[in-house]
Every structure is written in C-alpha cells, then in structure tokens.
Design a binder for this molecule. Sequence first.
Ligand code: SF4
Length: 322
Amino acid sequence: MGRDLKAIKWFVDTQLLKDQFNPAYATFKVTSKCNLRCTFCNPSYYSGELGEAPTERVKKIIDNMRDSSVIVLSFEGGEPTSRPDILDLLQYAHDGSFYIMLTSNGYRLMDEDFLTKLADKIDFLHYSIDEYHWNVKSLDYLCRFRKYGLKVNVQTVVTRFNIDKLEEKVRKVRECGYKILAMPAVDYPDSKVKLAPDPEKFYRVMSDLKAKYGSTLNNSWGFINALIGKVPSRVTSYAVTVYPNGDLPYPDDINGEVVGNLAEQKLKEIMNSDKVKFLQKKMLEDQARFEYLHLQTASFNSVRDLLSYAVEMAKWRFTGKA
Ligand code: SF4
C-alpha cells in the first residue's frame, strides 16, 4: 500500500476507530557505530555494541515493515551514513511505501557527490546540530541544502547549559524555511554529568518559541504540554524503535523489552502477538511512562492538531517551505 493511502487508513483506524496502538513512525537504528561520542548519548548507540546487520538482512527488515501501518521510516543510528551501503538501503526503502527520513550528525554532509545522490532517495533530512555535535557553525550555512532540493529538519539537543541559545537556532532555521525539533537531554542513572534541562524552564521556553515561530518548531503541543505533566488522558503509542539486527523493543528502547525480530517476522505479526497485547494492557494500566517518541505523536489524538500538522507537512512536502 502506498504511503498516502496508509496515512488515510491510519487516520481512520486511530481517530475514528480509536486504535490506540497503531505505529505510524518507525525509528530504525541501522547501525550502532558512530564517529562521535556525545555526552548525552546512550553508549550502546555508538560503541557498536548493538551491531550492524548485513545489507540483505536490513532489506528484509524493511520489507517486513512495508505492509504495516508505518508511514514514516526514519534511518538513524549511531551514524547511519557510516554504513557504506546507506544509499543502496535508502533507495531500496524509497519505493513509495514510506516517507523516508535520514538522521545524520553531518559526518558526510560536506560531500557534494553524496548529497547529490542522497537527494532523490529521502524525503526529509534530519540534521543533528548542537554544541555537543560540535557543529553549531553549520547553522550559518544551512540554506546550502536548498541547492540539492533537500528538506531539512534540524534536530537539536537541549541541555541546562545551552537552553538560552535555542531561540537563535530556531531563528536561523526559519531563515532557510526549514524546521527544527528540540529534544531534551536525558540523564541516565549512571551519567556522570547531569545535562537535562529543568522541565519548567524548558516548557516556558518551548511554549514561547512555538507561539512565536509556529510550525518552524516541529515539536507538537502534545510534547510541550507533557513537559509539565499535562499528558493526554488517552494512552497511545504510534511509534516503534527497531534495533540494527531487527529486534523490536516495545513500547520503546528505554522502558521496553524485545518482542520480536523484524528480519524474521512481519511487523503486523509482532504487533498482534500475545506479548505485545500484554505490554499494551500494562501501558493502559500504568498510564504508560511517556517517552519522547510517544509524546511527539500524542497531539495526534486531537483531530484539529492532527489536521493542522498534516496541512503543514503537505505544504512542506510540496513547496519545501515551513
Ligand atoms: S552523533 Fe548521535 S549517535 Fe553519535 S554519539 Fe552523538 S548522539 Fe550518539
């Protein structure tokens, strides 16, 4: 089924038929290797610990998501462009089944030849830019991606130390007509340096920026409100995470447990398994601990918010302007 038809079906299933656990977004960690070692990053995402599947296995994983409800397939890592076969994999996935995103720290984004080849294989480029990726300067040259026809969503990690610089980043992104997604640093129990921003302050800054810059700031109101505990009464989970070998931690990689492997089973089958149904029941009972992925899609529970998001994304898709 094509991605636009899937989107319509997803809308009917989740909004009209009230299916609370229908994944529309898959974050696929195609490698656990990275050229950087960011302070806030979970070491298993850069140390190689979670491995990297061979090309054919990755293609099998992609195939097993094609006929599922997943509309947006995001290639992440580690650093996905460190895979020599990344262009082949993106091309393979980009057959109209999904909207394709690639998240990169910019490692290969200075390579003109790579950018030219990349442009017709993805729909959106997620570029991680912040002090911790040592690439804030690249915000001054962001508009250069227009030359390649790439639509850029900057992803930036907000910590207690750089929160006051967020508006300047949003402003620079807006100048190019792109979008920016702000993600709070998470302090893991054994983190030596505490980076997470104060939730109240983060909420104030994000609300002000959303009111001022509108859709340039790609965080949903559902996400922003949840920062101060205003979580939706209806528990939903519209996103899944996929590890490099195809393992699927559910409901997410922080609180979840592995419920199946996408190199061996279709996503539809895994989602219908007893184990997943049990975990979904548990999410409802516990009112779920909302992780970033679930919060970002939480505003889709409001038809009004969902429609305004869809209109914005369609505008961006066809005109390249936020
Ligand atoms: S670039 Fe991304 S994957 Fe690599 S260490 Fe930093 S946060 Fe982790």
